[in-house]
Ligand binder design. Structure first.
Ligand code: MV4
Length: 449
């Protein structure tokens, strides 16, 4: 087992990783940009080292800076968190080449899953259901058109190197196929440096359901059920929960077992997430695999009473998973609200600045993961997540009651946050009834509620 973990990240997830390391008796090294000197992850780590100026591309996004910091401090493992370099195969490779343990899967697994059409192929071969579409990348417009004649409109064009909703185009008729293809190609080239596209039948208003996976280095893999992530806006999730109201124990078992098979087929190691689209008839289709710990992991931790970070770190150290699938049982329900420093009434515009007043809610079933505090200055350089509020209850009803109370107790002044948005959203009948899909937020207008 390694002894000193460098956290190649910032914000709440850096703090979350430090907490897990401390409970495991591991030393921690924080890295920070010049804008993050006063962040809590710097304060709570055993050591901290500045890795560059404020902009992410000059600090957190530079592989060599993290490696230098690890070399200087003698760290023998690196945890990448989420975002930044977490799914950068080159970074993972550089880390392993330097004889430092990368806390995550092998670089070639990251690379394979980063290629969305290749990932789909791997999953298809493992017996995971996939959306009908092209086998791999399309060579040209004509090939795409021919395929659509077979599968029918609507279809969706996706960037092979894309993900998270970027570089996609829905096409509803042959007349618009060519122009959409060309625009998607140009977008993909610009955003990912790879113009390759693949094509799929478009599923209208699906739910986004994802399965939490944990795999060790000894060929064991387990799942922790699903998270419901359909409450999102422009591919940014705002609320997540576990379990999903539409997933029955039978469906959970089926999706979970299939996901475990997919993970084993991919030679996966560590914590990972397999994302699915779920249609109106509860058919599910593989969408992507995320090769990292995710923002929304706490809802699974609360619903299953598990510490996914500690487990992820232990399996990275070579430990065997010490519990079998039949010991993993849901203990209740958890819902997470992402509290962002944004003006939700002005198109969720980021609102960085100083927090003048900060009070965190508490009481039974409430968890807050945040790196912020009173007088903390939210820098304008990074994403706007300031806190994750997670409410646990024995069932969804109790979780919702506690969430509502905690949102009332949560005070953040000095910057605009999404707290008022969440207060309104969770009053909606559709939300209370669990009646929503990925198109829900676009269809409603909370400004008029
Ligand atoms: C789809 C889809 C419908 N049909 N693929 C969006 C994120 C990216 N990972 C894939 N996405 C979608 N792929 C087919 N064949 C609809 C979406 C989609 C979506 C998926 C999950 C969460 C929110 C979404 C919002 C719009 C579209």
């Amino acid at each position: 087992m390694f002894k000193k973990v460098l956290i190649a990240n910032r914000g709440e997830i850096a703090l979350r990783i430090i907490r897990a390391c401390k409970e495991l008796g591991l030393k921690t090294v924080a890295v920070h940009s010049e804008a993050d000197t006063d962040s809590l992850h710097v304060r709570f780590a055993d050591e901290a080292i500045c890795i560059g100026p404020a902009p992410g591309n000059l600090s957190y996004l530079k592989p060599i800076n993290h490696l230098s910091a690890a070399e200087i401090t003698g760290a023998d493992a690196i945890h990448p968190g989420y975002g930044f370099l977490a799914e950068n195969a080159e970074f993972a490779e550089m880390v392993s080449t330097s004889k430092i343990k990368f806390i995550g899967p092998d670089a070639d697994v990251i690379r394979k899953m980063g290629n969305k059409s290749m990932a789909k192929e791997v999953m298809k071969n493992a017996g995971v259901p996939v959306v009908p579409g092209s086998d791999g990348a399309l060579s040209n417009v004509e090939e795409g058109k021919k395929l659509v004649e077979k599968i029918g409109f609507p279809v969706i064009l996706k960037a092979v190197s894309g993900g998270g909703g970027r570089g996609m185009r829905i096409v509803r008729s042959m007349a618009e196929f060519q122009s959409n293809f060309q625009m998607a190609q140009a977008e993909a080239q610009g955003a990912f440096g790879d113009p390759n596209l693949y094509l799929e039948k478009y599923i209208e208003n699906p739910r986004h359901i994802e399965i939490q996976i944990m795999a060790d280095q000894h060929g064991n893999a387990i799942h922790y059920g699903e998270r419901e992530c359909s409450i999102q806006r422009r591919h940014q999730k705002l609320i997540e929960e576990a379990p999903s109201v539409v997933v029955s124990p039978e469906l959970r078992k089926k999706m979970g077992e299939i996901s475990v098979r997919g993970a084993l087929e991919a030679k996966y190691e560590g914590a990972g997430t397999i994302e699915f689209l779920l249609d109106k008839d509860n058919n599910f289709y593989f969408m992507e695999m995320n090769t990292r710990i995710q923002v929304e992991h706490p809802v699974t931790e609360m619903a299953y009473d598990v510490d996914l970070l500690k487990e992820q770190i232990l399996v990275a150290g070579g430990e065997k998973l010490n519990h079998s699938q039949n010991k993993i049982i849901i203990k209740g329900h958890a819902i997470e609200c992402r509290i962002n420093a944004e003006n939700w009434e002005k198109n969720f515009m980021p609102h960085p600045g100083q927090i003048t007043s900060f009070h965190i809610p508490g009481g039974p079933g409430i968890r807050v993961d945040s790196h912020a505090y009173q007088r903390y200055n939210i820098p304008p350089f990074y994403d706007s997540l300031v806190a994750k509020l997670i409410a646990y209850g024995k069932d969804r009803k109790e979780a919702l009651l506690r969430l509502n109370r905690a949102l009332e107790e949560f005070i953040i002044e000095g910057v605009k946050t999404t707290i008022p948005f969440h207060k309104k959203l969770i009053q909606r009948k559709e939300f209370i009834e669990g009646n929503f899909d990925t198109g829900f937020l676009e269809r409603i207008n909370l400004l008029e509620d």
